[in-house]
Design a protein around this ligand. Structure first.
Ligand code: ZN
Length: 307
C-alpha cells in the first residue's frame, strides 16, 4: 500500500469523528431552536385565578374563570407539551381555554400559539402590529428587519407554525371572559405591537393589580439613533416607560421568567405567611422599568455619539 494512502486512512477516523460531532451538535442546535433549551417548571397559583404554566424561562400564564380560561403566550414551537402538562397538572382542561393572548410575536413567545390553539379550540387575539407577524409564522416581522435577523427568518430558524388570529385589537382594548377583564396596553419598542396586559385578581378579601410587562430590551442590530428599520422606535420606548410607570401594579410578570424573579419568588412562597406575598413586588416592577430605561438612555447616547 502506498505510504500516502495509509496516511489518509488515518485521516478518515478524525474526519468521521468530526462529522459525527458536527451532526450531533447540529441536531442539538435544531432541537434548542425548537424549544430554546426549555425545561419543565412546576406550575403553581401566583394569586387568585392567575397561574404559572410556562417553562423554566419562557413564560405562560393561565387565568381561570367559571366561563372558561385565558392563556397568555405559547413559548417556542416546542414548548406546548410543557404548557399542556402544566395546565393538566393543575387540574384544568385545555379545552376550557377560550381565549389565547400574546405578549410579543417573536418565536420564543408566539412559536407555540398554533399548537395551543389547535389543542384548545380557543380564539386568538393579537394587536394590529403583532397580528401580521403571528399570522405569517414570524415571516412578516417589520420590527426585526436587520440583516442577520432577516437571514435567520429566511432560512426558517426564527419562523414558527403560523397561528390563526381571530381578533385584532387596538391600544386600550378590553378583553372580557367571565369574571375577568384584561386591558391591552400597546407598549412598543422591543417589537411594534408588544402588548402589556393589566387586570385585577381577587385574592381572599383583597384585590391585586397584575401587569404582564413587555420586554424593554432593544433587539441586537437595531438603532435608536438612525431608526430607518423601525421609524418611531424611540417614541415607542418613551411611551412604554411612561405607560408602565402609570399602571398600578402589585404583581408584575414578564415574558422571560428570570426578569421577574419567578424561581426566587416561587421558593420564597414556602416561608411566606401567605404564598402570594413574595409576588407582591411593586418595587421590583419599578426597578424593572428603571433598569430598562437606563439601558435605553445609555444605548441611545452611545449610538448618537457614533453617528
Ligand atoms: Zn422578543
Amino acid at each position: 500500500m502506498p505510504r500516502h494512502f495509509r496516511k489518509r486512512r488515518w485521516l478518515v477516523i478524525p474526519l468521521a469523528l468530526a462529522a459525527g460531532l458536527f451532526v450531533f451538535l447540529f441536531m442539538k442546535w435544531l432541537e434548542a431552536g425548537n424549544n430554546g433549551g426549555q425545561k419543565p417548571a412546576e406550575p403553581f397559583r401566583i394569586a387568585g385565578n392567575l397561574y404559572y404554566v410556562g417553562a423554566n424561562d419562557v413564560t405562560s400564564f393561565l387565568i381561570t374563570t367559571p366561563q372558561g380560561h385565558i392563556l397568555i403566550d405559547g413559548g417556542y414551537p416546542g414548548t406546548p407539551p410543557l404548557i399542556l402538562a402544566s395546565i393538566a397538572k393543575l387540574g384544568f382542561n385545555i379545552r376550557d381555554v377560550k381565549v389565547i393572548l400574546n405578549s410579543e410575536p417573536h418565536f420564543d413567545h408566539a412559536g407555540g400559539l398554533a399548537e395551543l390553539q389547535k389543542a384548545s379550540g380557543a380564539e386568538l387575539w393579537a394587536s394590529e402590529a403583532s397580528a401580521d407577524v403571528i399570522g405569517s409564522g414570524g415571516a412578516h416581522d417589520s420590527s426585526g428587519t436587520f440583516l442577520p435577523y432577516k437571514i435567520l427568518v429566511w432560512i426558517g430558524i426564527l419562523r414558527y407554525p403560523a397561528a390563526r388570529v381571530d381578533h385584532r385589537f387596538r391600544d386600550g382594548a378590553t378583553i372580557r371572559l367571565g369574571t375577568t377583564a384584561l386591558t391591552a396596553h400597546i407598549t412598543g419598542g422591543h417589537t411594534r405591537g408588544c402588548t402589556t396586559w393589566s387586570f385585577p385578581v381577587r385574592d381572599g378579601d383583597r384585590e391585586l393589580q397584575v401587569v404582564t410587562a413587555c420586554s424593554l430590551t432593544l433587539l441586537p442590530g437595531m438603532s435608536l439613533a438612525e431608526p430607518e428599520r423601525y421609524p418611531g422606535i424611540r417614541a415607542d420606548f418613551e411611551h412604554t416607560f411612561r405607560v408602565l410607570r402609570s399602571l398600578p401594579a402589585d404583581i408584575f410578570v414578564t415574558a422571560h421568567a428570570r426578569e421577574f424573579g419567578r424561581y426566587r419568588k416561587f421558593l420564597a412562597r414556602d416561608k411566606a405567611k401567605n404564598p402570594v406575598d413574595p409576588f407582591i413586588d411593586r418595587e421590583g416592577y419599578l426597578r424593572y422599568i428603571d433598569d430598562g430605561e437606563a439601558r435605553f438612555r445609555k444605548l441611545l447616547a452611545e449610538q448618537q455619539q457614533r453617528r
